[in-house]
Design a protein around this ligand. Sequence first.
Ligand SMILES: [Cu+2]
Length: 266
Amino acid sequence: MLKSLLLTIFTMNMFVQPVLAGPGHGDDHDHIKPELVITPITASALKVGEENEVILFIQDKQAKPVDVSQFKIAHTQPVHLLIIEPGLTDYHHEHPVQKTTGQYVFSITPQTSCSYRVWADVQLKGSHQHYVAIDLEGTEDCNQSTKKMVTLEASSQGYDFNLELEGEVKVGEAVMVNLSISKNGQPVDFLEPVMGAFAHMVGFYEDYKSIAHIHPMGEEPTEDTKRGGPTLRFHIEPEQAGYLKLFAQVQIDGKQVFAPFGLEVR
Ligand SMILES: [Cu+2]
């Protein structure tokens, strides 16, 4: 299981499914150690509706703290944190900042009292991109029943989002997806660059173990003054069947706007 985690290879525009490396491998002495070990340093459980500061301690295989300079920059950031609770409704995308070598801080204001799972999207220089899962404790035990609503339409902060699939979403098959954004029926063509693109999409499977990072196709903005929209193309090639909750992220007027969708991968 850990072997497959280490062998997870990142390919642009492809789904990536890391195996969640949880505790419980303690007496298996001959396994391959994960490249990075990330431990949350938090005084207490996350408080709902409040800004919680979380410190992550990032160590390498030799338990040495990992400095931010050791990470390869991807989509303008050394570390991306994709964060969600078991119900797959309250998605957060954060970029932690290094305080001292190996210690990285970020803030999160959770909308639920559940625990949250953080997928740290990381790549050490000279290595491959992968995800490390970290759990943050909540104040409530939440069961993992995801509302499996299939929807290709979403509204968020006054903007309407629509997903158009150019084919059936099936395991192992590539399909193009068009994301369109409008407001009051008018196309939104003033999307601002965020993390080196006009839109990002991330998917979480209902098993709460697998994540899918989907990259935009086409030209990427080269300057902050560039604007994009109203339609952006993505490439999806799922490696796993089941319900997939997708979140699109765009930036408008300096604010992050997230739109949730639900798909069933056949
Ligand atoms: Cu990010």
